[in-house]
Write a protein that binds this ligand. Structure first.
Ligand code: GDP
Length: 364
């Protein structure tokens, strides 16, 4: 599955947010036995109102949302790249994540110590980014030194790796994160395998005081401006409110949200922003037993999409019966969509679209 790492300085609200994410009714409702895998790893349901509509039409007994993993990565402080705090352990945890949710303290509260003694989320973002850049530089130097011998032997893969590492190194020496390097489509697989910390996409999560959850505050405005300049995404949230909501039954949570002037839970926005950041999309399988959402990356072809359900579906793939979500709704189900000529039979080279309702045929 896809993993989002929650990072940030101490006392910015990471744990509060993580607990809200994994305790929320939506996270528990879905039929998965282990919502919290480890104390700091949690699976959450990706909210998608389309699922309920599909289930209503098909009379599905059960709704199964697709899921995403969040990891609460504690222990990042100034000096982490030199082994301060939890140092290396923390860096290894980030390396395994596909993207980073960077929580920034935008709330004032004299009772809660800020490690740097002042509220400045833009400076905090730089502090963390600097640690990640230093860690990347160190690992690049180590790796390039190890590659030197293989390079002399004329190994093609090593040469490619070294070339990409050199590009990242140049950017970092220039004070820029590795994600600013323009990588060609051909190099993308190798590049991702380098697992550089600053190559991972970032979502800034502005934790504001309860009264500013709907509007944001002057600090979150500053973060938004910084994110815009970097081409990164921002979400404004009040971790305290999310924690409270996560303990309420669903109907009360909706009322509470309305009172706060919010249209939907911040967590839903956060999960969706993460999904978007990772370049993910959803297809559906629908039947009387269940309506279920599945996650694929954009551009995935039908056989690989089938493989998300089961490896055999991919190996023995024959074809995918396909109805676009809007056509399924407009036709009030498969029969109506067929009558309207919206039922397609797609082959191995079909690029699955977001919202496709699919039925796979395969040799088993
Ligand atoms: P972490 O160290 O980043 O995991 O931070 P925690 O989630 O443990 O939060 C540190 C302290 O800040 C706790 O006492 C939280 O209750 C408090 N806190 C978190 N979010 C907010 C917020 O939005 N407003 C206020 N006033 N306090 C918060």
């Amino acid at each position: 599955g896809f993993k989002m790492g929650i990072v940030g300085l101490p006392n910015v609200g990471k744990s509060t947010l993580f607990n809200a994410l994994t305790r929320t009714a939506a996270a528990q409702a879905a039929n998965f036995p282990f919502c919290t895998i480890e104390p700091n790893v949690g699976e959450v349901a990706v909210p998608d109102p389309r699922l309920e509509k599909l289930a209503a039409i098909a009379g599905s007994k059960q709704i199964i949302p697709t899921r995403m993993t969040f990891v609460d990565i504690a222990g990042l402080v100034r000096g982490a790249s030199k082994g301060e705090g939890l140092g290396n352990q923390f860096l290894a945890n980030i390396r395994e994540c596909d993207a980073i949710a960077h929580v920034l303290r935008c709330f004032e509260d004299g009772d809660i110590t800020h490690v740097e003694g002042r509220i400045d989320p833009v400076a905090d973002a730089e502090t963390i980014e600097t640690e990640l850049m230093l860690a990347d530089l160190e690992s690049i130097e180590r790796r390039r030194a190890n590659l030197a011998r293989k390079l002399k032997g004329g190994d093609k893969e090593s040469a490619d790796q070294d070339r990409l590492l050199a590009l990242a190194q140049a950017a970092l020496n220039d004070g820029k994160p590795a994600r600013t390097v323009a990588v060609s489509a051909d190099d993308m697989r190798q590049w991702n395998m380098l697992q550089l910390l600053t190559a991972k996409p970032v979502l800034y999560v502005c934790n504001v005081e309860e009264s500013k959850a709907a509007t944001g505050n002057s600090q979150s405005d500053r973060v938004a401006a910084m994110a815009k300049a970097q081409g990164a995404a921002t979400v404004v949230i009040s971790a305290r409110i999310e924690e409270e909501i996560s303990q309420l039954p669903e109907d009360e949570a909706a009322m509470f949200l309305e009172e706060m002037g919010l249209h939907e839970a911040g967590l839903d926005r956060l999960i969706r922003a993460g999904y978007e950041l990772l370049g993910l999309q959803t297809y559906f399988t629908v039947g009387p037993k269940e309506a279920r959402a599945w996650t694929i990356t954009k551009g995935t072809l039908a056989p690989q999409a089938a493989g998300v359900i089961h490896g055999d579906f991919e190996k023995g793939f024959i074809r995918a019966e396909t109805i676009a979500f809007d056509d399924y709704i407009a036709g009030n189900g498969e029969a109506g969509a067929k009558e309207a000529g919206k039922f397609r039979v797609e082959g191995k080279t079909y690029e699955v679209k977001d919202g496709d309702v699919l039925h796979f045929l395969f040799n088993g």
